[in-house]
Design a protein around this ligand. Sequence first.
Ligand code: SF4
Length: 481
Amino acid sequence: MGDAVGEGIFDDWHEECGVFGVWHHRNAAVVTNYALYALQHRGQESAGIAVVDGAHMRHHRGMGLVSEVFSADDIAALPGHAAAGHVRYSTTGSSTLANAQPQIFAFRQGNLAIAHNGNLINAEQLHSELEQQGSIFQSTSDTEVVAHLIARAGSADFIESVRTSMSSIQGGYAMVLLTNERLIALRDPNGLRPMALGQLDGAFVVASETCAFDTIGATFVRDIEPGELLVIDDAGLRSERFASPQRKALCTFEYIYFARPDSDIDGINVHMLRKQLGRVLARSCPAEADLVIGVPDSSISAAMGYAEESGIPYEIGLIKNRYIGRTFIQPSQQQRQSGVALKFNAVRKVMEGKRVVLVDDSIVRGTTSARLVSLVRSAGATAVHMRISSPPVTHPCFYGIDTSDRTKLIAAQLSVPGIQQLIGADTLGYLTEEQLLSAFGVTDMQHHSFCNACFTGRYPTALYQSMEKDMLEKTRKLVLR
Ligand code: SF4
């Protein structure tokens, strides 16, 4: 994303978070700062870096973009050889500085910084149990639940405490834990959220996406395995397991929308995969049209694939204004609506008198799509054929993506013709689940390694009763006011 990801649906989905860690580098804070710039698309609400120098842990966190949170002086005030960094969009917990990460905890074994991407679906249950046992919480983020579990695990061996704690956590997550002695990186047993290992100047680095490695000049080593716990310290790197591998279920939306096109996740390049989705879409949902345009930036690759496969010329028909904030950060619907008008403009000279295929990556509530179709028409297009490079989103995500509840998901309420009418398109075409997975090379629909739950309702993990966004906040808000 950079600003690459998913503005096509920017008022409907919120990204998750980006995490980064480095051990044994003389400029740990500088490297982390650059890496967070590369991961900025994964969260724009807050950013933070924690560093250790062998004796002390220091941190700096703030609300806003990485460029707003860190000045050169802020980075200079973070000396150390190891760091954990985070960019955040809230999934559980509200958007406040108290919930910004890395969160720092002092306990009997020293200081602990946690940077976390994803969502713990049994956080509320664990939170209640811990409170009944006497824990006092300072934030509404489920990251704090992890810290309490580790502190209470009772083992003198920190790694053992982490392993024990993680075994009681359910959900989709990638996490970096930093202490004075080590950096720990781990990925949930289903591999729902991505995390990769790299090397830089002899130091080990971990990141949510490989684009961070390219930015800092690191070499990709490998993806971290589902259920794997990597311990990086002065003795080097060792791999352990904190859970036996479950059915691998990597989030397909990482490819469709969230990740940056220049990232490779589990060996698949995001741009190339999106292009393949566009090709499949062109075969399954052809259109009589004069040109193909994509909604900047996340749908450009799919639009290029559609154009290549169909033989219809690709054009740049929508221009995004890159100098306004991401509109979904603003809280009110009214602000979001004016933000859409500010954000996109149509190229009239390209569209005038043309039949247009408008490619977007998904439709969540339908409001953005309706505005984009209207924008293309008002620029002179004689027909707008909307093509979506994923299946209809019918179910919410509980693994770190802040989707609407089912009542607000338009595909859970309306048929495809109903949605077409609502958004004002001449025709509307989606991929099916089979077509989506075929782009990944999947041939066996029963046995594959991806999560598709927001399209199918088939969740890869057990679900818990109270998994709403802000669930912790709702139950704790009186305490925190
Ligand atoms: S439910 Fe959808 S968005 Fe959530 S992890 Fe699964 S595929 Fe990704």
